[in-house]
Ligand binder design. Structure first.
Ligand SMILES: [Zn+2]
Length: 271
């Protein structure tokens, strides 16, 4: 008998705490954003969820309050907000000699929102970045992604993801460099290299914009901003070179080569 008890729908053993793999992924797809591309993209990933906490959601904009801008860049803006319904949690409760697992929410959790400048006219760039983030997430990226919402007034789509309270690594280093020990600096580099390795090896992605402004920091480091990333085998049209100059590998900067995983490693070297 499973220690996770029976599923309330099919009466088979649950596969994870408060989660039945045969029923719950399907149940989580019963909603609509009224936009077919967004629905299709999100439902693909909902069907791949294997834990209650990992299910991404269509989050109604009116369930987000106190939206504050925390960053603005060439590709869009980032906000912090309180998500009233909140982050999914599974509670482990002692019940006699056993434990029971209950679905819960961390109400009014602080989360981050991100828009892309083009997300009103064109969902493609937005969905491309979302897919990249989810693909890397499924392959062990630690940054949590909670779903997508849409600004009711501007109609812009926004990604909802984990709020990192120290902001970007570049900001964190600027504010704390003198207080950081070598030990903690090495710990940061270990987190980053570990995650970059997984993005390269398992997700088979090239980040292609790898610098300390695209790494988020709270208790650990997370690789974020996969807006320019691409699959290792994806061919891109020749043309513009994006990136933060000091972090761009010389062969990419000179136009001799497109971005490669090796060019990501160059960026890591500069960090
Ligand atoms: Zn079931």
């Amino acid at each position: 008998q499973s220690e996770y008890k029976k599923c309330a729908y099919c009466n088979e053993d649950n596969t994870r705490p408060a989660w039945c793999q045969s029923c719950d992924p399907d149940i989580s797809t019963r909603w609509t954003s009224r936009n077919k591309d967004i629905d299709d993209c999100m439902k693909t990933f909902q069907l791949r969820a294997v834990r209650y906490e990992d299910v991404i959601e269509w989050i109604p904009f009116d369930r987000l309050s106190e939206i504050k801008i925390i960053g603005k860049g060439g590709f869009g803006s980032v906000y912090s907000t309180a998500w009233l319904d909140g982050i999914r949690k599974v509670k482990k409760i002692k019940d006699g000699n056993n434990y029971i697992y209950k679905r819960a929410r961390e109400q009014s959790s602080t989360v981050a929102l991100k828009t892309l400048t083009s997300s009103m006219e064109n969902n493609n760039d937005f969905l491309k970045e979302f897919k990249s983030l989810m693909a890397c997430k499924l392959n062990a990226n630690k940054l949590a992604i909670y779903g997508i919402t849409q600004n009711i007034e501007t109609k812009e789509f926004l990604m909802v993801f984990q709020y990192a309270n120290h902001g970007s690594l570049s900001k964190y280093l600027r504010n704390n460099f003198c207080n950081l020990t070598w030990q903690s600096k090495l710990e940061i580099l270990k987190n980053i290299s570990d995650e970059l390795d997984k993005i390269h090896r398992y997700a088979k992605y090239i980040h292609a914009d790898f610098h300390s402004g695209n790494i988020l920091q709270d208790q650990r480091s997370y690789i974020a901003d996969l807006g320019l990333s691409k699959k290792t085998d994806e061919n891109v049209l020749e043309g513009d070179i994006y990136g933060v100059m000091p972090y761009v590998a010389p062969e990419v900067l000179s136009g001799e080569q497109q971005f490669t995983q090796a060019a990501d490693i160059y960026g890591f070297g500069v960090i």
